[in-house]
Ligand binder design. Structure first.
Ligand SMILES: [Zn+2]
Length: 146
């Protein structure tokens, strides 16, 4: 079944995110996805300040606030939260699901194990579980400038 929602991201941004994740090695990496109307326009890389960064990620409140300010200045929104699972699949963990409810944007997860991206969202109107969001890969920079 086709997911109800989608997020579009350029091939270049996908490559950058994968690179960011791979460089973090065994640690989870994270970033904020800025954009509009479901299309990612910019990535703000964040530091994983979690005390257990192999299993979890946390973004420092000032970095998070900075991202929201940067988005507003550019007329964009924080449309997604990215993080990686270095040694497991791209499905949200129980902890992810809990935080997805308080941060109801699209959660994009990169698996260092399968090297795939998957996007998830909490269903509208609450309830349990998550729904898959389609990741649409766009050609990139040339298109964004049009
Ligand atoms: Zn996770």
């Amino acid at each position: 079944m086709r997911p109800n929602r989608e997020i579009s991201i350029s091939k270049e941004h996908m490559a950058e995110l994968a690179d960011h994740a791979e460089r973090a090695g065994a640690l989870e990496s994270c970033a904020l996805l800025l954009g509009a109307k479901g299309a990612v326009r910019d990535i703000l890389y964040a530091d994983n300040v979690d005390p257990r960064p192999r299993q979890f990620f946390s973004i420092a409140p000032d970095q998070l606030l900075g991202a929201y300010r940067a988005a507003e200045r550019r007329g964009l929104e924080v449309i997604g939260i990215f993080h990686s699972h270095p040694a497991s699949g791209a499905a949200p963990s129980d902890t992810d699901m809990r935080f997805m409810r308080t941060n109801p944007v699209v959660w994009v997860i990169y698996s260092g194990q399968t090297r795939e991206f998957r996007a998830h969202v909490t269903p509208e109107g609450g309830g349990g579980g998550t729904e898959t969001v389609a990741v649409v890969v766009t050609a990139g920079a040339s298109e964004a400038g049009a």
